[in-house]
Design a binder for this molecule. Sequence first.
Ligand code: IFM
Length: 411
Amino acid sequence: MRRFPDGFLWGTATAAHQVEGANTSSDLWLMEMMKDSVFAEPSGDACDHYHRYPSDIALLKALGFGVYRFSIEWARIEPEEGFFSAAALDHYRRMIASCLAQGVVPMVTFHHFTAPLWFTRDGGWEDARSVGRFARYCERAGKALGDLVDYACTINEANVPIMVTMMREAVGVAGGGGKRVRALAEAARLSGGEAGRFAPYLSGDGHAATPNLIAAHRKAYGVLKPLAKGPVGMTVALNDFQADDGGEALRDMANKAINEQFLESLKGDDFVGVQTYTRVRFGKSGVLPVPDGAERTQMGYEFYPEALEATIRQAARVSGCPVIVTENGIGTEDDTRRIAYTRRALDGVLRALADGVDVRGYIHWSLLDNYEWLEGYRPKFGLVEVDRATQLRKPKPSAYWLGEVAKANQL
Ligand code: IFM
């Protein structure tokens, strides 16, 4: 079978901080701009998507995609605790309306890594008040936008804090721990917060954040369900965890802590968003290096598109929810490898579908070459190249190729 089911969703994704530019009320803006930053470079103007969204949406539509997954930025909507910016909410309403006017289905993520500076200064997700704070923001944003929202994702990759923390623990302080701790202390000082409380999503303590993130999703689901026009779910970053001889116990431990406790918490949701890039292999005493001779992506990951099929099956089995692939892609300068990667990943989607797994769509990461967090602008995940000096967009061959797959609904 080479055809996808009728109504299969085809889309591309971005996230606010990675493309909008000038996210000045966010926690990461401060961390990027400070001396001795742990970020390779600041996000700056990014892709100026904040102003260029109408033509970017038109571009993805012209390429053949029918869905645009993007995030609204909490730091713009609630830049100070309790102050909700009507102007920011109006901006996002115009953006969602622009999707609808152009025949594109909007999939809106309410939290994608960045948070308002006040939130992170005051303990971020490690403070139990994060659950109520996030629900209050979702309620305000849901009331302002929900009638237009076809798909809502509460939290992007709620398992990333625990994943990053466990990887850091596996590597120890030699893996950059000292610099991270100093940066957090400096961010606390610069933001006028208490020492030890500054807790950003990507570099805080995932053990402390996880119960709050799971509870926050559950509460936000309840808040958004009556407000959003369409299905509500959450997305999970799923590595395909595999074991070499003797690595089974470690693999199972990682699977439980990083993948399955989150998937289990989604039972009964409208969908689970699967976001997959590679596999991770475990040996007896830890994570194994990428095999000798294997191709690596710009992120240092093994080129292993088959991970998508495995994680789709895992997500469907453990959560019991319909699956939407909400992110999948590759950081590479060689666009022919993007096509090769995506073709093999989609082969896996077809195999899962043939076995009866309920997969509803495939959304590629990313529409644009954008800000890849700690790595800055070096990794190129975009179907569309962005000249950051002129902000000119140039679709790559992969954009035309995947757009044709989407239009034909077949591989
Ligand atoms: O860029 C990120 C995105 O923000 C979250 N998922 C993984 C992508 C690629 O690393």
